[in-house]
Design a protein around this ligand. Structure first.
Ligand code: ADP
Ligand code: MG
Length: 300
């Protein structure tokens, strides 16, 4: 199963460009779509889920075109989607909710449907709480109900939009592991603005910014964007200047240890260091011309 996107554009109401000339091929397994808020990730996912029409260009899920009025039903039948803002019915149990959605999706007859609901509850680790009201669940459990509903009908493609936002660290780790497991058997497209999500789960990633694709490749290549640009310096007379990007500043017993990104050694005492994925991302944004020379910690 593949997703192929060619020269895709989406302009809302004739004036807001959300996606600009985007071309991207996504293969089986787990794929991470990274980008700051407003980059166009949700728009792209909604186009792939056939919920939004592209303005121009082509997107294919498997052999089917998203904007073909007939083929889009084939896509709907093989695609599960967890939207960024999923509304759950708090007064239903997970079991009742999933059974309801499965009935809407016309998953088999009564018995087959119930077996299938049991199956997705098991996959998402919700069996023991399946009879409790959803409103009593933690954020992570609610997110797993969201994945469970997306898995109804056993889709070959699973699209999850910012699923780890608001989860506590334990829930986040658990949720990531679940996605990795699910990606064994299907294409999982994960969008996030949290770099750590991608670092822990994906081999391949793409980075969007202001509707454009600014990177597509292995996670290791993203890290390599900052190779030989990372410097560690701990010196009282160190000054940040506009040609540097501050990645982190950590208090130490002697003062502050800075990790900065710069083309040249920023201080005689600065030592070169191995890049982290965040630093690859920051340098990428910098070289894409979006954040040149802020000399400040970047919010992503
Ligand atoms: N329904 C819409 N109508 C108009 N503009 C929209 C709509 N949805 C998104 N946008 C705009 O498109 C751009 C991309 O948004 P979005 O796809 O939600 O990005 P992301 O998910 O990366 O935060 C933003 O500028 C956003 O304001
Ligand atoms: Mg979004």
């Amino acid at each position: 199963m593949n997703i192929i996107i060619k020269d895709l554009c989406k302009i809302y109401r004739g004036k807001i460009t959300a996606i600009k000339d985007l071309s991207l091929d996504i293969g089986p397994g787990m794929f991470g779509l990274l980008g700051p808020n407003g980059a166009g990730k949700t728009t792209l996912m909604r186009i792939l889920a056939t919920l939004v029409q592209p303005t121009s260009g082509v997107a294919r899920v498997g052999n089917y075109l998203v904007n073909d009025p007939h083929e889009k039903w084939q896509i709907k039948a093989m695609l599960g989607y967890l939207p960024q803002e999923l509304v759950l019915y708090g007064n239903l149990s997970a079991y009742e909710f999933l059974d309801f959605i499965a009935a809407l999706k016309k998953v088999g007859g009564y018995r087959e449907r119930h077996r299938h609901v049991e199956h997705v509850l098991e996959l998402t680790g919700l069996q023991s709480v399946a009879k409790q009201f959803i409103r009593t669940y933690s954020g992570g459990m609610k997110r797993r109900v969201g994945i469970a509903q997306a898995l109804l009908g056993n889709p070959k493609v699973l699209i999850v939009d910012e699923p780890t936002v608001g989860l506590d660290p334990q829930e986040r780790v658990r949720f990531r592991n679940l996605l990795v497991r699910l990606a064994n058997e299907r294409l999982v497209l994960l969008s996030t603005h949290i770099i750590e999500d991608i670092a822990q789960t994906c081999l391949h990633t793409a980075v969007m910014h202001q509707g454009e694709l600014i990177f597509h490749g292995r996670v290791t290549e993203l890290i390599n964007q900052a190779r030989s640009k990372v410097w560690v310096v701990e010196a009282t007379d160190f000054q940040l200047t506009s040609d540097m990007i501050l990645a982190t500043s950590t208090p130490t017993t002697n003062g502050i240890k800075y990790r900065v990104l710069a083309n040249e050694q920023p201080h005689p005492k600065a030592q070169s260091a191995e890049p982290e994925i965040e630093e690859g991302y920051l340098w990428l944004m910098n070289t894409a011309g979006h954040y040149v020379g802020t000399g400040m910690a970047l919010q992503i």
